[in-house]
Design a binder for this molecule. Sequence first.
Ligand code: ADP
Ligand code: ZN
Length: 611
Amino acid sequence: MADTMIHKALAVLSQFYGYKSFYPLQRQVIHHVLAGGDALVLMPTGGGKSLCFQIPALISPGCAIVVTPLLALMKDQVDALQANGIPAAAVNSQQTEVQNREVVEQVYAGRIKLLYISPERLLTELDSWSADMRISLIAIDEAHCISQWGHDFRPEYTRLNVLKKRFPTVPVVALTATADRLTRTDILTQLGISGAKMFVSSFDRPNIRLAVETGLSGKQKLAHITRFIERHPGESGIIYCLRRKNTEDMAASLCRLGFNAKAFHAGMTTAAKLRVQREFINDDTPIICATIAFGMGIDKSNVRWVIHSNMPRNIEGYYQEIGRAGRDGAPAEALMFYNYNDMVTLQHFAMESGQSDINLEKLRRMQQFAEAGVCRRRILLNYFNEAFDHDCHNCDVCSSPPERIDGSKLAQMALSAIKRTHEQVGASMVVDILRASRKAELVQAGYDRLRTYGVGRALSFAEWNAYMLQMLQLGLFDVAYDDAHHLRITPFGEEVLYGRATVQFTRWQPRQLKAAKKKAVGGTAAAQHDTNRQLFELLCQTRADLAHRQGVPPSVVFSDKVLHIMAAELPVTSEQFGRLYGVGEYKAQRYWQPFTRVIAEWKARHHGQLL
Ligand code: ADP
Ligand code: ZN
């Protein structure tokens, strides 16, 4: 019995989605739900939550009700299902009442397998639904919204407790990507499904490469970001900035350099925000410079990179934001910048926040991640209480482990400069003194006559910035937040200054540049990669044309991952095309011609260059 059920599920997976195997826990959830059980599913973004209810919905008689709070996402989800030949529809305020009534009629007639609806709308609809409505299961997406403990509480969700009472035998599946222990049990209580089975998958996102770059000034950062984007031509990405103004400046700078970038922040009008979101989803504007407000209502599978232009306040926020990259499972990159100023600003924020103890502790954990001497993924997952006991080989620390050096001499230079200025300077002035800057402010104060003036000129600005940060962390000096951020030497700092104690630093190294160089000497493999890249871009163009004609986002036609596989496997017949990963029967029939035509032409042109 169980076997036939899973066989059916696998057949549906292949027929409608073109996938050959389940992601972790999907099989177990599907099995449990098909057997009539309630479930709470916790999976990270991109973990494959949707299939956990879509497949049972396709196999069971009747229609599944999918409750989701984000109106903007509803249409994309329904479009994506329809694009796979699955009869799905939505009832919501964006459609006319005539359209909505038609949809309900179709549900009664058994012609819809999945009905998407907002919680408030469902509760009003329920009264008019008769017992003839055959409901296969109820899925509650973004289920953390039901809990006051969660970070996105929505009062209308709490009224969903009527569902289990009204449909006691219909399985309820609650799904979320964010739920601590308290929220988890609260979800079950609130929905009246305390007997539900919990499925918690790993929160690891192995396809996202993690990297942190320390010590760069604003200008150097922009140069770095520019180079980074150049290495990702045509790909979509998000740059998170600390403040609204930074998002605008960053977008303007990138546009001046010839990139297609736009800003997004909470200060914009709703219409402007929606427009930017749409352009991003449709691949019309590939780069968004945003405050954290961006991303909530966005279900875009091909975000290829996320840059944090400043260090985030805590690991929760960081992880949620980088999680917007690589939802399609193809390789993605998360790059974070972190310098002395960030640290000072964030400490200031944390101290002035209502809960300074908690926020300072969270910031300290974030900082440990940024300064990591061991695999970054280990730090992240351990933070979320997940035992992760091996190196990931997909972070900058794994690929070039940091080198420890004796930092005592360097620390003495900096501490001595602080001492000789009578602790009347901030970190940037210390670095200027050490590097023999001719800034007017420095010369006027007579700091160019100090003994320490210029003793550190062998090191770059970035190196000094990074080491000042390490000194702050090691507790060699404090920052006087109430006195222009001037530095105060601590007792431990005195010990180091007078040679009674030593300190170790992590050697500063520009990681990203090293990685870029390595890639450049790839030889024939690189040439092959380039030709595939050209084909990939042609396939993207074909996808964009088709998507445009159908009025859907490009990712609804095919994800980037599918196009990459297409560019590698080069199918030219409908059979070959239909066997590709991510190509279900419906899409095979609909799309094999335009795509295989492009591939065949390209093959003819590049005859000699292929293996
Ligand atoms: P979530 O809702 O958990 O963020 P989705 O359900 O949107 O994740 O799935 C993320 C991506 O992974 C989608 O592009 C989806 O089609 C794909 N996916 C889901 N399950 C599988 C699978 N078993 N095999 C391959 N791809 C899958
Ligand atoms: Zn690692």
